[in-house]
Design a binder for this molecule. Structure first.
Ligand SMILES: NC(=O)c1ccc[n+]([C@@H]2O[C@H](COP(=O)([O-])OP(=O)(O)OC[C@H]3O[C@@H](n4cnc5c(N)ncnc54)[C@H](OP(=O)(O)O)[C@@H]3O)[C@@H](O)[C@H]2O)c1
Length: 309
């Protein structure tokens, strides 16, 4: 497969889209942002921005013509348009489509409550797989990659106190013994993973790649937070993953918000289950893609920095 140079991105100003766009431009890709006419998103100066309704597939085909690759990193509100984006990219002759995963891929460890969410995302993924099969064996035909990052750790620690760390208030909630390990990828790692895929198109074609920046437990995170903020005392309380499971299931049954986070916390920390270890360092694609292993101190510093801003 020939070199990828021109890359279009949907969702470039988003939580993950911004660091991905920054990593792509730093790595020397020629980046075009596709955004909506109604969008209030701001993009780095100097980038080419094309504004189109995401549901206007014919206009998207025109906009994507000449692009080597597309990165789809839109938020959950745009998932309904994701299949049309794949259609447009395939019709435009795009060679690599990075599907909108940046999560857990097809995760057999997920609780059944997540199935409908997963299925809504997989409509576009399945469309990409069908196009790839159709173009199989054709030189420079359509191919796809999914990037499984697991927990977006520095961003999630700063944003979701439900994960057990209220960083602003120096308050921690440790679930069970706090020893269950999970893997996470930082925003830096997420950006690098996209760059790595586009720099290694042959090795990453038509599959999910798995990346990680760290494998860590709550206890190790708490120790690092305490060390980094040594002048301040953390209040530490205890809870159980069984309680978060029950809380989440009750909210889900009653149609209340908050169940997603509750059940995600259960999946992260349920003792002895390793539900959220995406891959070991050796089995992951991190080395291939240039995603570096980060220390717990580094990840915690990033989370503290994000919480301050
Ligand atoms: N692994 C995890 O735990 C985890 C956590 C968070 C997110 N994710 C995944 O990462 C991906 C990106 O998420 P994100 O949080 O970065 O997204 P986001 O910041 O919420 O949104 C990214 C962009 O999507 C477009 N968008 C958002 N809402 C829209 C709507 N209602 N209609 C049309 N367009 C809309 C906007 O782009 P424009 O304004 O330019 O049109 C926005 O800047 C998603 O697949 C998400 O599921 C995974």
């Amino acid at each position: 497969m020939s070199t990828i140079k021109k890359v279009a991105i949907f969702g470039a100003a988003g939580n993950f889209g911004a660091p991905i766009t920054s990593a792509l431009t730093s790595a020397g890709f020629d980046v075009t942002v596709i955004s909506r006419p109604s969008s209030a998103s701001a993009f780095p100066t100097g980038l080419s921005v094309v504004r189109i309704e995401y549901t206007d597939v014919d206009a998207l085909v025109t906009a994507l013509a000449g692009q080597d690759a597309v990165v789809c990193v839109v938020g959950p509100g745009a998932i309904g348009a994701a299949k049309g984006m794949v259609d447009a990219a395939a019709r435009a002759g795009v060679r690599r489509y990075i599907i909108n995963d940046f999560g857990w891929g097809i995760n057999e460890n997920s609780l059944p409550e997540f199935k409908p969410l997963g299925e809504s995302r997989q409509v576009a993924w399945n469309c990409a797989k069908e196009y790839a099969q159709r173009y199989e064996g054709k030189e420079n035909g359509f191919t796809w990659t999914g990037i499984t990052i697991g927990n977006p750790i520095d961003w999630a620690l700063a944003k979701f106190p439900r994960m057990g760390f209220n960083v602003a208030e120096r308050h921690a909630t440790i679930y069970d013994a706090g020893t269950e390990e999970f893997t996470g990828t930082t925003l830096e790692g997420i950006g690098q993973s996209v760059v790595g895929v586009l720099q290694h198109p042959a090795e990453t074609a038509n599959r999910f790649v798995k990346v990680r920046s760290i494998q860590v437990s709550q206890n190790a995170l708490l120790a690092a937070f305490q060390k980094a903020t040594k002048e301040e005392k953390w209040v530490v309380e205890r809870s159980t993953t069984q309680k978060t499971l029950e809380d989440g299931r009750e909210k889900h049954a009653q149609g209340l918000n908050g169940w997603v986070l509750d059940l995600l916390v259960f999946q992260l920390y349920a003792p002895g289950e390793a539900r959220c270890i995406v891959a070991s360092r050796e089995d992951s694609d991190s080395s291939l893609l240039g995603v570096r292993e980060e220390s717990v101190e580094e990840v915690v510093e990033k989370a503290l920095g994000r919480a301050r801003t």
